[in-house]
Design a binder for this molecule. Structure first.
Ligand code: ATP
Length: 303
């Protein structure tokens, strides 16, 4: 193997983040991610997933430890160097963060703003080559026919696909996604996750994505990293892993019955929300696939 293949794209060592005397969001986390790996961060609400992702693109500064990305010491960069690194790291959010009244195309183009001088107002102010590139990305995410529609007229799944197209405008080498399907119904969730995987495979992207759906994480990721109270408690290949094994690991590290019950409660709530969303989407479109036929809603989710 050449040096570039063996050097991790993300190299986190001893990362601790304290927000206050009482809030330690991350505690001595070590994580190395290789080029092209698809990693899911799994954990309950408040376990530190977002905080970890935000350190990877330099939105947060560690209290202790170091964060290296693409060979750069993110935690020590600032100004133009930090912006330069961030331009190589795409970020997708749970709430899409699109500008609703703007067209889909303008939202995608805004992903290239880092490479342009000054703000842009209106489609005509973007270079033609960039517009062609943005339209190409919209085609890739299956939304070329929506280019001139207002972003807030699209469904949640479509808006997340626009956000993916926007992230691609940066030509990222690393893609971070913070609960990208938490607001979506099961069918849209599957489509969005499949799209991210397909793009990552084609473009050789390294992906770190936080989720709290255990079944989805197992079926989608190459590797599962589990966080609990800011500590890394699980780091294992996803292949062959079962929900029961994940729960068992959480069980072993859980210090109280309450904690185990919280894990179970969260999983059950998730399932109920998915079933409700599925029922709603079926009542809107009776031809929609029944919930039990969705891979994400099959038995492994239910205890
Ligand atoms: N800016 C902040 N200031 C103070 N505390 C924070 C801040 N950001 C996060 N925290 C705390 O750090 C801990 C980890 O939060 P984080 O958002 O990383 O968890 P998470 O696993 O992403 O949760 P969720 O799934 O709900 O998004 C929580 O206790 C949270 O309240």
């Amino acid at each position: 193997m050449t040096e570039s293949l063996t050097t991790p794209v993300i190299d986190i060592a001893g990362l601790t983040k304290r927000y206050s005397e009482h809030t330690t969001a991350l505690n001595a986390v070590d994580l190395r991610v290789s080029q092209g790996e698809i990693v899911v961060l799994l954990g309950l609400s408040g376990s530190g997933k977002s905080t970890l992702l935000r350190h990877i693109n330099g939105l947060e500064t560690p209290s202790e430890g170091s964060v290296g990305v693409l060979g750069q010491p993110v935690s020590r960069l600032s100004g133009a160097k930090l912006r330069g690194l961030r331009s190589r790291v795409g970020f997708i959010f749970q709430q899409f963060e699109l500008v609703g009244p703007l067209t889909v195309l303008e939202n995608v183009l805004s992903g290239a703003l880092g490479a342009l001088r000054g703000p842009r107002l209106g489609l005509f102010t973007y270079p033609a080559a960039l517009k062609r590139k943005a339209l190409g990305h919209l085609e890739r995410v299956g939304l070329l026919d929506r280019a001139y529609q207002r972003a807030d007229t699209l469904s949640g799944g479509q808006q997340q696909r626009v956000a993916i197209a926007r992230a691609l405008m940066q030509d990222p080498e690393v893609l971070l996604a913070d609960e990208p399907v938490a607001s979506l119904d099961p069918e849209s969730s599957m489509q969005v996750m499949a799209l991210i995987r397909e793009i990552a495979a084609t473009d050789g992207l390294t992906v770190v994505c936080s989720l709290h759906q255990v079944d989805l994480a197992i079926s989608w990721a190459d590797r599962i990293v589990g966080l609990r109270h800011g500590e890394l408690v699980l780091d294992t290949p996803a292949e062959g892993l079962t929900r029961a094994e994940v729960m068992e690991i959480y069980g072993r590290v859980a210090t109280s019955t309450e904690e185990l019950e919280a894990v179970d409660r969260e999983l059950r709530t998730e399932l109920q929300q998915r079933e409700q969303a599925q029922a709603e989407s079926e009542s809107r479109d009776p031809s929609a696939t029944p919930a039990q036929d969705q891979p994400s809603a099959r038995g492994e989710f239910v205890s």
